[in-house]
Design a protein around this ligand. Structure first.
Ligand SMILES: Cc1cc2nc3c(=O)[nH]c(=O)nc-3n(C[C@H](O)[C@H](O)[C@H](O)COP(=O)(O)OP(=O)(O)OC[C@H]3O[C@@H](n4cnc5c(N)ncnc54)[C@H](O)[C@@H]3O)c2cc1C
Length: 448
């Protein structure tokens, strides 16, 4: 399609899940990548992170050794009654891999991060291993020259700069974006429970379900417990949501001393006693700050772009934050590959924005809705025949088809053609096949 490919030096600001992913993608596309990370990773978060098929597919495409992340492959999504623990809505993932080609992984964040880091920096696989410079906090970026200034006074110069520096992004501020944000109406405390401890205490062994399990979340309530098994099932990672008036953690940061277990249990006097028993033996109880950001108007300028939480922070309720960061990385990997890279970096970043902003904005909005209504969550949105099923607008629910039938190559080609003013004739719209019927009755390409 193009002949303008050249090897770029790329500076990635932030070495989290998104930063490592884009380092792999751009390394595979033939570029020389340096990652600048403000910390030394000593305080990495000890919690789960899920990776549905739309994220997992890129890990395989890049040749990441997924087994090193020691994931639990999810078999079900289970929504349980708040008081009795009885299943209310179950979404079976038994045919998930057959339908979508890839599994739904649940990782421990530290393992996932280590797995990605090894792929980004290791000798194995195509491309030059990325370089990681820790204790490099980005302070400024010159958008004209591509010069990055770090807090310690050192500088670096790159052709392309990716701001993957998370929700509090410095790169975003330098691009001139001022987030419209507000604290979420719900708060979250996270706790880890070892499966071995739960069994010793005579409690249910939830790891046997290989499921992402939810208590509550129906009928507009903020109270919700989310259980995700990780580390091959040895660790149960609990996200415990409750109304903010029962505890405000909006200005707390992760990594402080563990909160007392009484604080974790206090909002839940009526919770199912089994899961309550699990929480009672919870360790490393940490608040997770929740801020709602409105979508940003743009995510690139010149030779600089944003990726992951820096470009589109979202509520955790669709479990898609990490997947969206991985998809961003994949989009950059495709656009800067020999097949598509015209040699014009700003043009490629403009197409990156056209590909990514509509998709992440939709997921962002759906994640905010699923915060107080689990029926809006991908998967559960399909289970219409439960008595409490109610969604704001059936036509707008996020479906598993939109996430997993998405073909990013087609989306890139469509947006690239639009940018170049050339015709696009493939039977796809925004990466989805024309004629695909979604469970909410929408048919891709049919007029409303
Ligand atoms: C506890 C927890 C649980 C989560 N669970 C899930 C889940 O189950 N499913 C899911 O999809 N998502 C989940 N998420 C969200 C998901 O982890 C994020 O959406 C995803 O990690 C985004 O990655 P990122 O690389 O954009 O940001 P981050 O992972 O935040 O990484 C940003 C990196 O940039 C570095 N940095 C920041 N500022 C600078 C600077 N000025 N200079 C240099 N470096 C800088 C930071 O130190 C950090 O390493 C969870 C998040 C948390 C905190």
């Amino acid at each position: 399609m193009t002949t303008g490919w050249r090897r770029l030096t790329v500076g990635v600001v932030g070495g989290g899940i998104g930063g490592m992913s884009v380092a792999i993608a751009l390394r595979r596309a033939g570029h020389e990548v340096t990652i600048y990370e403000k910390s030394d990773f000593a305080g990495e978060v000890g919690a789960s992170v899920s990776c549905a098929a739309n994220g997992t597919r890129w890990l395989h495409e890049w040749g990441v050794d997924v087994a090193k992340g020691d994931p639990v492959v999810l078999k079900k999504l289970i929504n349980r009654d708040w008081k009795t623990g009885e299943p209310v809505s179950v979404y079976d993932l038994g045919d998930y891999e057959k339908r979508w080609g890839y599994v739904y992984n649940m990782f421990h964040r530290q393992y996932m991060h280590a797995m990605l880091k090894e792929s980004a920096m290791g000798e194995e696989g195509p491309g030059t291993p990325a370089t990681l410079l820790v204790n490099h906090r980005c302070k400024d970026i010159n958008l004209q020259t591509g010069k990055i200034c770090f807090e310690d006074g050192s500088t670096a110069q790159h052709d392309l700069i990716v701001g993957a520096d998370g929700i509090g992004s410095t790169a975003r501020r330098i691009l001139g974006i001022q987030p419209e944000k507000r604290p979420s109406d719900s708060s979250c405390l996270h706790a880890n429970v070892s499966t071995e401890d739960a069994i010793k205490a005579g409690l249910v062994d939830y790891s046997q379900d290989s499921a992402l399990e939810y208590w509550g979340g129906q009928e507009g309530k903020w109270d919700k417990i989310v259980l995700s098994p990780c580390n091959g099932g040895k660790l149960l990672s609990y996200y415990c949501f409750f109304p903010r008036e029962h505890g405000d953690y909006t200005n707390q940061t992760w990594g402080a001393e563990s909160r007392p277990v009484e604080e974790l249990l206090q909002p839940y006097p009526q919770l199912d006693r089994q899961v309550f028993g699990h929480l009672a033996i919870g360790k490393e109880i940490q608040p997770w700050r929740l801020w709602v950001h409105d979508p940003y108007p743009y995510i690139q300028r010149g030779n600089v772009c944003l990726l992951g939480d820096a470009g589109h922070p979202m509520m955790p309720h669709q479990s898609q934050g990490a997947c969206m960061a991985i998809e961003d990385a994949a989009a950059l990997g495709i656009l800067f590959s020999p097949r598509y890279f015209s040699g014009d970096i700003p043009q490629m970043l403009a197409v990156y924005q056209d590909v990514r902003l509509p998709r992440v904005t939709k997921v962002q909005a759906a994640a905010a809705k699923a915060a107080y209504n689990i029926n809006e969550r991908i998967g559960f949105s399909f289970n219409k025949d439960i008595p409490t099923y109610k969604v704001e607008d059936t036509k707008k629910v996020l479906t598993i088809e939109e996430m997993n039938a998405y073909d990013m190559y087609k989306d890139v080609e469509e947006k690239l053609a639009a940018k170049l003013g050339s015709p696009y004739t493939d039977k796809f719209i925004c990466g989805l096949p024309i004629g695909l019927e979604l469970p909410n009755g929408i048919i891709i390409g049919a007029s409303a």
